[in-house]
Write a protein that binds this ligand. Structure first.
Ligand code: SF4
Length: 412
């Protein structure tokens, strides 16, 4: 028999949100900035408090960018997996003598870029290990070679760790190195290698070879010289919610200063083949609820600074990615074609997503799909693809959706 205390409508139900969480959510809905402590409190929500957090994040997403969900047609080119660093969370980097070690030559890299363009890609994303056996000029050589062959492709390449390494090998400043790469045709850099921007965590993840200060300095410099970047966070290993709050707070302060982040991309830790999990006792990646909370709290924390929150379908899988897109996120990421870094760590979600799959999953949410370029400009594709489709490529490449002026203003 129902108790008289059962709520009889939605308003009553949501009045059961705990007062502390309710106050924080009201503050976010009133467009006021959350503190680090408030973000940390939200990471601990459960039950109705958590549902209310997700609803508020979804509302703030709707206000910021409307109902469009974007994606980019891009190809990953991981040009070498040889790496001398040996980060504990990474199963991609290999010693040079490892039987699985590989390095693509310039011709192969350019051929992959050509294929990507022929398949309809507007971007190639290049990252690799820190390989002492490649020439010091390799980063610039790659950019020049791709630009010479496929000038219209946007080159999104080289993490802050690679910028740190490349500049030291050439014996020039990071700023001079970034300017040189930009002059060669580099369009933007991935904001990877951020992991968790808290020294006590980084020391265990990367042996502190790239410190928080290094990462922040390189990203700020990239933005200053006109190279935008993504912003990322790898969570679900030896980290805790207060580290996530500190990380988001730092990204927010950088963005206020430079405006150079195009999006924030939460990256759940893929644990299976890593020493951090097998030997160091790290957690086996985030739980589903942690995934949702990270996307939702990011929307609340970053609502006035970074408009785009991207889901990583490689890490989340399609089903959880759809949930995160209902919890503050608005971008589905890229087609990738050749994802290999998460796969090396044990991920099995696949290496490629076609535009048709993105569109099906987006429409299933009652939202509007829109292909975009790296800088979140809607892509108008006048010509169909000319090359034979890769094995998993099933969709026609011509797509243009009408999006409202408010959304366009927000994403251009
Ligand atoms: S994360 Fe990057 S720098 Fe670290 S071991 Fe892997 S490839 Fe090397």
């Amino acid at each position: 028999m129902p108790s008289f205390s059962h709520p009889t409508d939605l308003d009553t139900l949501f009045r059961r949100v705990s007062p502390q969480v309710g106050r924080i959510l009201d503050k976010a809905l009133a467009n006021r900035e959350l503190t680090r402590a408030e973000a940390e409190r939200l990471f601990h929500t459960q039950g109705l408090d958590l549902l209310a957090l997700l609803a508020v994040a979804d509302e703030l997403r709707r206000r910021a960018v409307g109902d469009v969900i974007t994606y980019v047609v891009t190809r990953n080119i991981n040009f070498t997996n040889v790496c001398y660093i040996g980060c504990r969370f990474c199963a991609f980097g290999k010693p040079a003598r490892d039987p699985e070690a590989y390095t693509l030559d310039l011709e192969e890299i350019v051929e992959r870029a050509r294929q990507a363009r022929a398949w309809g890609a507007t971007e190639v994303c290049l990252q690799g290990g820190l390989n002492p056996h490649q020439p010091a000029s390799i980063y610039e050589d790659i950019v020049r070679a791709i630009k010479a062959a496929v000038p219209e492709l946007h080159i999104h390449a080289f993490s802050p760790f690679e910028i740190w390494w490349g500049s030291r090998r050439l014996g020039i400043s990071e700023e001079a190195f970034l300017r040189r790469l930009k002059d060669a045709g580099l369009g933007s850099i991935p904001g990877t290698a951020a992991e968790i921007l808290v020294p006590e965590v980084r020391q265990r993840l990367t042996k502190n070879k790239l410190s928080r200060e290094d990462w922040v300095r390189i990203v700020r410099t990239a933005h200053r010289v006109g190279l935008p970047s993504t912003a990322t966070m790898m969570y679900g290993h030896i980290d805790q919610p207060h580290h996530w709050a500190e990380h988001l707070d730092l990204l927010r302060s950088i963005q206020r200063e430079t405006g150079g982040f195009t999006e924030f991309v939460p990256l759940g830790f893929i644990h299976e083949n890593t020493r951090l999990y097998r030997e160091d006792g790290a957690r086996p990646g985030p739980t589903g609820m942690e995934d949702l909370k990270v996307h939702a709290v990011a929307r609340l924390m970053l609502q006035h600074t970074i408009p785009n929150i991207q889901v990583s379908w490689v890490k989340l899988g399609y089903k959880m990615a759809q949930m995160a897109l209902q919890a503050g996120a608005n971008d589905f990421g890229g087609t990738l074609f050749d994802e290999s870094i998460s796969r090396a760590a044990g991920e099995t979600q696949g290496t490629h997503t076609s535009p048709a799959t993105f569109e099906r999953l987006i429409r299933d949410l009652g939202r509007v799909p829109q292909e975009r370029d790296t800088l979140y400009r809607p892509v108008v594709r006048g010509e169909p693809a000319t090359a034979p489709a890769p094995r998993l490529w099933q969709a026609p490449l011509v797509r243009q959706r009408a999006v409202g002026p408010r959304v366009l203003a927000a994403i251009v």
